[in-house]
Design a protein around this ligand. Structure first.
Ligand code: ASP
Length: 357
């Protein structure tokens, strides 16, 4: 069993700088000496050193692309992949990878920690050891136990694109409110086999898409949202469409995709300006996806605004997390498909990121 361990940075690899007291990244090689138990797993672990350790707040889609390429380049020679990543944007990176890796048939397990590995009470040791164990676990049928992109954190394994960082302090920093854990870890690792996705064709070639379209915006609605500001973002206009001739070149292009994070079961203001802005944005070719601000549940068009949004052509993001919705939008727009095909991909679950209706 061969596992490729990719260290990208984050708290898990941090030690305190004796000079300043600030946290700084550990030399990657030292991680192994911090966790000698890794050697006892009976798994051959190879370390990938291609990523200079960074705080995950600095991660960009270019890093996601390099991760996808690293997995593709090592896909044939490894049985699974463990990616050490800062917790702050782990759910974004892991969600993005779930879309960028098509026909994935091997485990890609993300993990990290809330307490640096160099600290006695670290949660990183258990997270890393168990993540490696999960990445190397085999199903009785001989294939990998969890052949999808996942996040392992504090005794629970989640589908990556269902996961959100909900706590800045708790050790169980991640939650997946709309999908059950893929595994729960106590004395033994209990896999929830019914929840784990299996590839339809395990021998299909892994295909990666590294072009992401970042010409997108994300607006969390709030009472008091200024119509002009919303218009500027959604249509690149900002004047309610009254003065189109004075638009600058960049604002003429506007955005290609917009996530609106609405209230409750997908509700928005019902004021005419709101629907008018969305109509003009959609007329300009902007793909608009509606998700909820709530951690649990999703968009259900049961109130007036929900029905109006559907009429306008706003796509229901169902029960997707913000991270999944945003990265799916970037991925889908990056494929450069026709508007109809783009819309179709945004409407259906591609990697188990939303509950089927
Ligand atoms: N700021 C850190 C990061 O996301 C936090 C962590 O790893 O827990 O890189």
């Amino acid at each position: 069993m061969r596992i490729l361990l990719i260290y990208t940075g984050g708290t898990i690899g941090m030690v305190s700088d004796p000079a300043t007291g600030a946290l700084k990244p550990l030399n990657f090689r030292e991680i192994e000496s911090e966790i000698p138990a890794l050697k006892r797993l009976g798994v051959e672990i190879e370390y990938h050193e291609g990523f200079p350790p960074i705080d995950s707040s600095d991660v960009t889609p270019a890093d996601w692309a390099r991760l996808a390429e690293t997995i593709r380049d090592n896909y044939a020679t490894f049985d699974g992949f463990v990616i050490l990543h800062g917790t702050d944007t782990m759910a974004y990176t892991a969600s993005a990878l779930s879309f960028m890796l098509e026909n994935l048939a091997k485990p890609v397990v993300f993990t990290g920690s809330q307490i640096p590995i160099g600290v006695l009470r670290t949660d990183g040791r258990e997270n890393l050891v168990t993540a490696v164990e999960i990445a190397s676990a085999r199903h009785p049928n001989g294939g990998p136990m969890v052949p999808e992109v996942s996040i392992y954190f504090q005794n629970r394994l989640f589908r990556a694109n269902r996961t959100t960082k909900w706590s800045a302090q708790q050790l169980n920093a991640f939650t997946s409110e709309n999908y059950p854990p893929l595994a729960e870890v106590g004395v033994t690792i209990n896999y929830n086999e019914g929840a784990i996705a299996r590839p339809e064709n395990p021998s299909a070639t892994l295909k990666i898409s590294t072009r992401l379209n970042t010409n997108v915006a994300f607006v969390r609605l709030f009472p008091g949202l200024d119509p002009r500001i919303f218009d500027t973002i959604a249509t690149g206009n900002g004047n309610g469409g009254r003065n189109a001739g004075s638009e600058s070149e960049s604002s003429k292009r506007g955005i290609d995709g917009l996530i609106i994070q609405s209230f409750g079961s997908g509700n928005t203001p019902t004021a005419p300006w709101f629907f008018d802005t969305l109509r003009r944005a959609i007329d300009r070719g902007v793909h608009v996806v509606n998700i909820t601000q709530c951690l649990a549940g999703g968009v259900e068009p049961i109130y007036e605004s929900g029905l109006r949004l559907a009429e306008l052509g706003v796509i229901s993001g169902r029960d997707m997390t913000a991270e999944a919705a945003l990265t799916k939008l970037m991925y889908t727009l990056g494929l450069d498909l026709s508007p109809a095909d783009t819309r179709q991909l945004l409407t259906v679950p591609l990697r188990g990121e939303a509950t089927k209706q």
